[in-house]
Design a binder for this molecule. Structure first.
Ligand code: MN
Length: 714
């Protein structure tokens, strides 16, 4: 059991000149007035104030605050009065105890107005003397640690209040260690089943990842040592409540939480932080858009650190935080660490940035009569990264800043999101891409059978919405590909009077399935529809060679070219499909801006024709699909090139490489070999303009073995 000396020792360790007599006298007084009282656990009541005082001592707080920790329940729960406290312990401690007592008097309830009132009291108390709130946080933390002795409904009520008020305040004060403990304990009380399941999974994953963590830490330690950086490196898992939030907010499952284990590099100096960052980015490729410099731009609660996410070993994403020891102390203990580093400052300093937000809230609340209004304002201040908006029925939805009506629609229900066709904000129709503001009332207009469009991926901000939209698009794309693949297959088989159902049951087909790594006939048709595989290998198995109308015989060389040339992403976007092969018509050479239409080409995806192209009239209208140019693409012009060279191994690869090196996209290539050991290669490439073409021809001419390069016809 905790003893008085543990607390005194702790206070003296950080503050050698502290007036520990005050703490000792407070202990004697508390022991006297709480004498005979027991907690729900059956233990003497004194255990609670002792623990609260010890927590405060651990947070390096001064003797007045620690004494208040001991005395905090005396006025509320015993015969002691504020006057007595003032006489015995002075004005300062009396004020602190009074502040804590006043907050405690607010009855716990689910009614929003009362919650708001309790929060208002806390904020007011904080404004007068921040130490009041620190005592309250220590009080709440110890109560949560011993919560299991209370009846379940009481446990849940306390946990809910903690999540809504205390944990955010701890976060706002930068006390992340306290916040995480509060959140984890509340998570366990509020969602016991999910807590158990998640902690089991987390333990398992931690065990599996032990070797990985150790190797990353060892590697970083070595690299830092080599660079002369004195650093401590750790790899630890995220707190469970944080993971749970991530999973529920983003609608992902545990296996997809990539930052489950976060690495941390703690250096002695600020300069070493950036040096360590250099080491990290040198070892592993950073994930674009994930680097954040909170050292140069600290968060509102003064948090400082460098954050980066990299593709680590095995291309696994991992998050790394880099900061100095002092920044780390601030990140873990926030205000409390502040006390230590700015020794002697005990009350809220008006000039201190840390308390700027607090003062702003205090000023705001003076104009607000309605406690609910105050609660909303404070929530906004406590969570600067969120917006709070309302359903027409008055329910609050919390969304990240920048969220749009689409995010709101998906936050309500997946189907509301999928069928969303419009939105009214505060009674007026608005475009779906307009960011929501605090206090907006949003009404979503839905239409049954409506489907999300690809453009929504640019408009939605929440992972939940993005995931749901992608899922629908993927499904749609798969359906389209399946239908297309089936069409292609049926039509090809009909040509040779083959029956689809018979073919699907045959030995040849199961061989093809294996070859194309498809599990089912549907998978095969889908890849066929995508244009990923050709129907030819199947036909070759079913039809005698002399009957087979194979249009283009692929030579050994041209298949080599296909291997060498990486297909670049096309500049044409097909509505509702991606990952599909797209070619521009050889006949009409459409350029961006032309009205276009796409046709599914047998086994080769989609061919784009200009709408005026005569081919359009000849083509099967059933194969036509809607296509559109992607906005902002560079205009490219297809050109045919005829390259004559000697037929020797490796030469085609060299030519292809020199073409792609000139930043030119090869759309097609074919090769003819002649009897005199020469090869005639026909390339179809895309160039930006005539200069581009001229420099391309020059660079091909430089390839050894090339005899001539000329522009082809058509
Ligand atoms: Mn208490």
């Amino acid at each position: 059991m905790l003893r008085l000396m543990d607390i005194v020792d702790r206070v003296q360790a950080t503050r050698p000149t502290a007036n520990v007599d005050l703490v000792q006298r407070a202990y004697v007084f508390t022991a006297k007035v709480h004498h005979g009282q027991v907690r729900m656990s059956g233990e003497p009541y004194l255990i609670h104030p002792l623990n609260v005082a010890f927590l405060l001592a651990e947070w390096n707080l001064d003797e007045e605050t620690v004494a208040t920790g001991l005395l905090h329940d005396t006025v509320e729960d015993t015969v002691a009065t504020t006057e007595e406290i003032r006489d015995l312990f002075g004005e300062s401690v009396a004020h602190l105890v009074d502040g804590v007592t006043k907050i405690s008097r607010v009855t716990l309830s689910d009614v929003a107005a009362q919650k708001a009132e309790s929060l208002r009291k806390m904020i007011l108390a904080m404004g007068k003397d921040l130490r009041v709130i620190l005592v309250k946080l220590a009080d709440r933390l110890h109560n949560l640690r011993t919560l299991h002795h209370l009846p379940p409904d009481k446990q849940k009520a306390i946990a809910r209040e903690t999540v809504e008020i205390y944990a955010p305040i701890a976060a706002r004060l930068g006390m992340s260690r306290v916040r995480m403990e509060l959140e984890d304990r509340c998570f366990e009380v509020l969602h016991p089943e999910q807590f158990l399941e998640l902690s089991r999974k987390a333990d398992e994953r931690r065990r599996n990842r032990e070797a990985h963590v150790r190797s990353v830490v060892t590697l970083l330690e070595g690299k830092c040592r080599d660079a002369g950086i004195d650093a401590v490196i750790t790899g630890r898992s995220k707190h469970l409540a944080g993971i749970y939030q991530k999973i529920t907010r983003q609608g992902i499952d545990f296996d997809h939480v990539y930052d489950f284990i976060g690495f941390r590099i703690m250096t002695k100096t600020l300069r070493e932080c950036y040096e360590a960052l250099g080491i990290v980015h040198n070892l592993w490729k950073p994930v674009p858009g994930r680097f954040k410099d909170y050292i140069a731009m600290p968060k509102a609660n003064l948090y400082q650190s460098l954050h980066t996410t990299v593709f680590g070993p095995n291309a696994e994403m991992m998050e790394i935080q880099i900061r100095t020891e002092e920044m780390h102390a601030l990140a873990e203990n926030g205000v409390a660490a502040h006390w230590k580093y700015k020794e002697g400052r005990q009350t809220a300093d008006k000039g201190d940035q840390m308390f700027l937000w607090l003062r702003q809230i205090l000023e705001l609340q003076q104009d607000m009569k309605d406690p609910r209004e105050f609660l909303n304002t404070v929530k906004v201040e406590l969570f600067p990264e969120e917006v709070y908006v309302f359903t027409p029925r008055g329910d609050v939805k919390e969304l990240p800043r920048g969220a749009t009506p689409i995010d709101f629609a998906y936050a309500i229900h997946t189907e509301v999101g999928n069928q969303c066709v419009g939105a009214k904000v505060n009674g007026r129709m608005v475009p779906l891409k307009v960011p929501l503001k605090n206090g907006d009332v949003i009404e979503i207009i839905t239409q049954p059978a409506h489907k999300p469009s690809r453009d929504w991926l640019k408009v939605a901000k929440t992972s939940r919405a993005l995931n749901k939209i992608r899922a629908v698009l993927r499904e749609e794309q798969q359906e389209q590909s399946l239908a297309l693949g089936r069409q292609i297959l049926e039509k090809e088989l009909r040509k040779y009077s083959l029956n689809l159902n018979k073919v699907l049951k045959g030995q040849e087909f199961s061989e093809i399935l294996q070859e194309s790594r498809c599990k089912t006939a549907e998978d095969y048709m889908m890849t066929l529809g995508y244009g990923k595989v050709s129907v030819m290998p199947l036909l070759r198995r079913l039809v005698p060679p002399e009957q087979l109308q194979e249009k283009v015989k692929e030579s050994r060389l041209s298949s080599l070219i296909r291997k060498v040339v990486m297909r670049k992403p096309s500049s044409v976007v097909v509505k509702g499909m991606d990952g599909i092969f797209i070619r521009l018509g050889n006949c009409c050479h459409p350029v961006p801006g032309d009205p276009i239409v796409g046709f599914i080409t047998r086994g080769r995806g989609v061919t784009i024709h200009s709408k005026e192209c005569p081919k359009v009239l000849e083509s099967d209208p059933e194969r036509a699909i809607e296509v559109s140019w992607e906005e902002g693409t560079k205009t490219v012009h297809p050109v045919k090139l005829r390259v004559v060279c000697s037929d020797k191994p490796g030469l085609l690869a060299d030519i292809s490489r020199s073409i792609t090196a000139s930043d030119v996209d090869i759309r097609r290539a074919s090769v003819l070999t002649t009897r005199d050991k020469r090869a005639i290669c026909n390339f179809e490439v895309s160039v930006n303009d005539a200069d581009h073409l001229a420099s391309l021809i020059k660079s091909i001419e430089k390839v050894r073995g090339v005899q001539s390069v000329e522009r082809g016809k058509g």
